[in-house]
Design a protein around this ligand. Structure first.
Ligand code: GCO
Ligand code: MN
Ligand code: MN
Length: 388
């Protein structure tokens, strides 16, 4: 029985904004005091978190002097070294300042778009300096409330132009970041462009350098759209485009709740962990979520520890699932083989098609095969509930 204690080798990571979240929401003010980024990094490191992620403004206040910037960078590097924690991912805040009120890459104003590019390039330089291996793009303000105000076609073109520009910038500077675009259907905008993982996958193929760019799906965002998170993650992975993950929990079809990992949708979350672990996920096991607004400063660390602990418990459940004789027998029985038909279907040939057209099927006999999904799901449930 494992102790469910996180280790650096588990490669857990948190965004600095997750732990520094002060509980402000549209209806109420902050409920926690400010957590400065350096203490934040140290506290994460102490708890065996492998890496932190940051938006430029999480670390260096918007508009900070060069002197302050340099001091913070120096302190960050020191804390990383002393507390054995890496910078795993960097990203840009293109949503907080009012200059981005109608978008950054999709703003109508070329000066705003250019400012956004400048802000990203500057933070990419810092991300590279701190050793980040992924750069995330979350277009929080890239959207509309008023459909008459922007056409999606034009907006997508602008988005593409910016992504192409930034890929070229990274190339030119020899940065080997992977870029990961993070979908979200809405919030803070009424509608956000690139709403789901599927939209992002389609968009990536239209870029100049599709190799560099992948998806950063977030459990919460996928469930906000009422989608199956496991399927979302799996399709990105199957496409070779799962470049980063944002883990958390969410009741479906609501505002972005950013709840602690595993606190909702436990079975779907189990299958996300299973997907990652069965496929040897090499990225970070990254949490993007917020402590409850009702928590105090201490509760923030309960939230961090709880997230990692839940992951490790689910990981153990994955091992149990994979070695459970009953489950594995059911799965084995589900998978028929028919070498002849499989051979015919693998690739179209006129000869093969002729044989397939002539093959005599007995649909009624085929439909008689037992699919014991009740038993399979019940066993999975019982495994998750801890009685087997
Ligand atoms: C959200 C988003 C953000 C982004 C982050 C990275 O909760 O709406 O997940 O947290 O991931 O800003 O740019
Ligand atoms: Mn979110
Ligand atoms: Mn996210």
């Amino acid at each position: 029985m494992s102790s469910y204690k996180p280790k650096k080798e588990h490669r857990f990571s948190f965004g600095l904004w997750t732990t520094a979240n002060r509980g402000r929401d549209p209806f109420g003010e902050e409920t926690r005091s400010r957590l400065d980024p350096i203490t934040n990094i140290k506290e994460l490191g102490k708890r065996n978190v492998y890496g932190f992620n940051f938006h430029d403004d999480d670390l260096i206040p918007f508009g900070a002097s060069l002197q302050l910037r340099n001091k913070i960078i120096k302190d960050t590097k020191r804390a990383m070294k002393d507390y054995n924690i890496v910078c795993a991912m960097a990203t840009t805040n293109l949503f907080y300042h009012r200059v981005f009120k109608d978008g950054a890459f999709t703003s109508h104003d070329p000066r705003v778009r250019a400012f956004a590019l400048q802000k990203v390039m500057k933070n990419m330089d810092l991300g590279a300096e701190l050793g980040a291996s992924v750069y995330v793009f979350w277009g929080g303000r890239e959207g509309t409330e008023v459909d008459a105000s922007k056409t999606p076609e034009e907006s997508i073109k602008r988005y593409r132009e910016c992504m192409n520009y930034l890929c070229a910038y990274a190339d030119k500077n020899g940065y080997d970041f992977k870029f990961a675009i993070e979908p979200k259907p809405n919030e803070p905008r009424g509608d956000i462009f690139l709403a789901t993982a599927g939209h992002v996958l389609a968009f990536i193929n239209t870029l100049d350098d599709p190799e560099r760019v992948g998806v950063n799906p977030e459990i919460e965002h996928s469930r906000m759209a009422g989608l199956n998170t496991y399927h979302d993650f799996a399709q990105c992975m199957e496409a070779g485009k799962l470049y980063h993950v944002d883990l958390g929990a969410q009741k479906p079809n609501r505002f972005d709740q950013d709840l602690r990992f595993g606190s909702e949708d436990l079975k779907e979350t189990f299958f996300v962990v299973k997907l990652l672990e069965d496929n040897g996920w090499a990225g970070t096991r990254n949490f993007d979520e917020h402590p409850y607004r009702s928590e105090d400063e201490k509760g923030v660390w309960d939230f961090v520890e709880g997230s990692m602990r839940t992951y490790l418990i689910l990981w153990e459940k994955v091992r149990q699932f994979n070695s459970d004789k009953k489950i594995q027998q059911i799965l084995k029985d589900l998978h028929n083989t028919d070498p002849r038909l499989e051979g015919l279907m693998r690739r179209f040939t006129p000869e093969g098609a002729k044989q397939l057209q002539q093959h005599a099927f007995d649909p009624m006999a085929l439909s008689k095969k037992r699919l014991p999904y009740e038993e399979l799901d019940q066993r999975t449930q019982e495994l998750l509930m801890g009685v087997i």
